[in-house]
Design a protein around this ligand. Sequence first.
Ligand SMILES: *Cc1c(COP(=O)(O)O)cnc(C)c1O
Ligand code: SF4
Length: 439
Amino acid sequence: METEIPLAIEDEPPSITTTLQRTPRPSRKSLGSSAWDDWRWQFRNRLRSVDDLLRAFPNLPATAQVREAAEIFPLAITPYYASLIRELSPEDPVFRMAIPSVEELHNPGFLRDDPLEEDHDMPVPGLVHRYSDRALLLVTLACAMYCRHCTRKRVAGSRESTISDRNLSRAVAYLREHPEIHDVVISGGDPLTLSTKALERVISAVRSVPSVDIIRIGTRTPVTLPMRITPELVDMLRQYHPIWINTHFNHPNELTPAAIRACGMLVDAGIPLGNQSVLLRGVNDEPSVMEQLCRGLVRARVRPYYLFQCDLVRGVEHLRTPISRGIEIMEYLRGRLSGLAIPMYVVDAPGGGGKIPVLPTYIVSTSPTHTVLRNFEGMLVSYPEPEGYMPQQCRSGRGADGATVWDLAAGRQGRIVPQRMARHDRRDQREDITFTGLD
Ligand SMILES: *Cc1c(COP(=O)(O)O)cnc(C)c1O
Ligand code: SF4
């Protein structure tokens, strides 16, 4: 992507204030609080190299290995987020999400740079059109903090560039030509690393398309840079309603007073806030930690939206859990927590398969007259089906993308055959013979 919309941040070399050096972790007490609360100061003073890390954390363990990983994948941590590290060890959840680990270099063959195949679904650079009614617009590759578990590790932070005017116009033209798109997710990178003015340029361009109903913004700044949520930003956003924001809290330690305040400001402006967590080994793969996180989120007026199974991204193998752990956590949450506090667990299928919801099995058996269900306690109940129910003729037609599993369930389609399988290749390669019998 070309860099035409200016980055919010002037290109000053990141300088770690000497005051950060003294403390085992960066402490705001040693700094003027006005500088600490200024998001541009936080952004400019991100820890961007192992030397920066060592100035902030002189006792950082395994420095040589950290250096090795930081050479491959970008590193940036705001002083604010670094101050949430409680223990200088990969056992600490914030440390684990922020500090490079040599384990990122472990590279089993099934990992990909782009497992969701977003690059294949881009009609215009930066616009991902995977689902017919929604599109994802990547507007910058910069983030306040580069998460070690990032799904877009292939691009996030590789160059801190932003969408060019030309590509923004092309994306908007595509949206106009595709009025079936009703929901545009502005993502990146982190869109809130743009200046408010640059962000408004993007939002107003998208808002100018009449068929776009809702604009969503995906941002981790409430977690990693909460001072970014300024009254000025909120006043700008509220002019473009309906605006929805999804953020990305993964651990209760991230729910600080500053983060909670930032969420409150967004919600007060009428912006519904959702949370998309990633299930991460050693961070939140403990049912009680997930419970605390979800309870803390609803207290902060944030609705847990998705819990993502970790994608098959190169560099995150050490943070993955088996899917069974996610199902176990969902089993634990249901019945124990307010339904509002329970996210939907999804696997974003490798190969561009899209999001697949995954749940424990609650339907135990079924017959034409009764469905047997179980609840979280293990109680089995028989649900009698209504007598003589005949479904109305279904008037919904087939979607633009052709037959789906729903068409099979509705009886309007007999089967769906995967298009390209080994046997198709074999068919293509076979000699032209006519089978006439076995002897
Ligand atoms: C996740 C995603 C969306 C939004 O999906 P929802 O399930 O509506 O939140 C849109 N486009 C792409 C490519 C996505 O990966
Ligand atoms: S904020 Fe989002 S895009 Fe940026 S590094 Fe973290 S997960 Fe990736």
